[in-house]
Design a protein around this ligand. Structure first.
Ligand code: URA
Length: 434
């Protein structure tokens, strides 16, 4: 086979065979296909799409390009969750220990933030000493011993995806639904997941800006799971406004801690309870969503989830004193309240703009490898649909550099739209695809 023939076939809108895809990915992974050919192929896929069969073949080829974890000796069923990324999304911090506290171990590989969207590992690393780089043996050992482990993806897990994603990032080929679906699902399959709850975000602060794109992505990932004999359920959840009330690493960690101690914001708690319940159902640990809901609420209310969180953080070397006394977590030395310029109903709190303001403060990365300032971020006091009076605080900004305050004020005021006429609150979920 020749790479050029496979590129031409896709350029001419023909369907690739599973063998062609497998060969292309294998060769690309071992360095036999140069980046310029892989980039041309990715652009042909972006422009001409892929069938479900092609996307499934690509997913499996990328999953098999490295180590394939088997968790069956450690857990009854390997359950996972995946969010397509958003602003203020700290769900894993609550859901992983919550599900584990219900008796279902959770071993998860998470990512770091890039651009306006945050990453679970960065949030966890605001705890001094927390180790995110575990070996496969450490990952499996902690999963068996503690019942919960969250770490970075090892370099040998779906290496084809790592290589292809880096190339897509710089060649304008990220925004392709088959490429995104296969990228996400290849990593889940390689990490051993048998049952996956997908949280597909939609809106201003998400990869998928429209409901129809989000539905396509969600359906495709659920279908890939079915074709590869895994189970998946996808939620379509709102990401027009930030989730919960904080954006920024240590701030989000505090919010997760508050939620585990039954003091969290309603929207975020609702989100966590739903995702955790669905994980129990999809892993066949609960007969129905109603029964699962009772189990997860009990584990949250009685402190079991909080205890599991402590055991998890301790197992990964995190300084427990910072978690037990959240005042010890990093916090920006400069604080500034931003108030409503007019009275009225909040029509919009543009999640991407809030996310970019947090990145500007130093909470995120403009490019891979950039350092993070864990203590900076934004507290968001309101939700769309609420009424505010002129001069009422809208945001609290936590910064470490004076010059950031003025810039962030302008960015955040631009993120908010306040009008005289009432507006409905945004829905939390737009649907579930099973
Ligand atoms: N997240 C991934 O893991 N891959 C993509 O292609 C996009 C988002």
């Amino acid at each position: 086979m020749r790479a050029v023939d496979i590129i031409i076939k896709k350029r001419d809108k023909q369907e690739l065979s599973a063998q062609e895809i497998e060969w292309f990915i294998q060769e690309f992974t071992r360095g036999g296909i140069p980046d310029y050919q892989a980039a041309a192929w990715a652009m042909a896929v972006l422009l001409n799409g892929m069938t479900e069969e092609e996307t499934t073949a690509l997913t499996l080829a990328m999953a098999r390009s490295g180590e394939m974890l088997d968790l069956s000796s450690v857990v009854p069923i390997a359950v996972d969750k995946h969010s397509t990324g958003g602003v203020g999304d700290k769900t894993t911090l609550v859901v992983a220990p919550l599900v584990a506290a219900c008796g279902l171990p959770v071993g998860k590989m998470s990512g770091r933030g890039l651009g306006f969207s945050g990453g679970t590992l960065d949030k966890l690393e605001s705890i001094r000493g927390f180790r995110a780089d575990l070996s496969t043996e450490q990952f499996l050992g902690q999963l068996a011993r503690v019942g919960v482990v969250v770490c970075g993806q090892t370099a040998d897990l779906a290496p084809a995806d790592g290589k292809l994603y880096a190339l897509r990032d710089v060649t304008g080929t990220v925004q392709s639904i088959p490429l995104i679906a296969s990228s996400i699902m290849s990593k889940k399959i390689a990490a051993g997941a048998q049952a996956i709850v997908l949280d597909v975000k939609v809106g201003f602060g998400a990869f998928m800006k429209t409901l129809s794109e989000a539905q396509q992505l969600a359906r495709l990932m659920v279908e890939i799971a079915r074709k590869t004999e895994r189970k998946a359920v996808a939620y379509l959840s709102d990401m027009n406004q930030p989730l919960g009330r904080t954006v920024g690493n240590a701030l989000e960690l505090r919010e997760a801690i508050d939620t585990l101690q039954n003091r969290g914001p309603r929207d975020f708690e609702t989100h966590c309870l739903e995702i955790a319940s669905r994980m129990l159902v999809i892993a066949e640990q609960s007969p129905s969503m109603e029964a699962a809901r009772v189990t997860v609420e009990r584990a949250l209310r009685n402190g079991d989830a909080w205890q599991k969180f402590l055991a998890w953080i301790e197992a990964q070397g995190g300084d427990l004193s910072m978690v037990l006394d959240a005042q010890k977590l990093p916090i920006g030395s400069l604080q500034m309240e931003i108030v409503a310029p007019v009275s009225g109903y909040i029509q919009q709190i543009h999640a991407e703009k809030v996310g970019l303001a947090a990145v500007m403060l130093g909470a995120g990365r403009a490019k891979k490898g950039d350092p993070i300032d864990y203590g900076v971020g934004i507290e968001v006091y309101h939700k769309v649909g609420q009424i505010v009076q002129r001069d009422e605080p809208l945001f609290m900004v936590y910064a470490n550099r004076e010059e950031h305050l003025r810039q962030v004020q302008a960015m955040l005021l631009e993120a908010v739209v306040i009008k005289e006429n009432p507006v409905e609150p945004l829905p939390h979920f737009y649907g579930v695809i099973e």
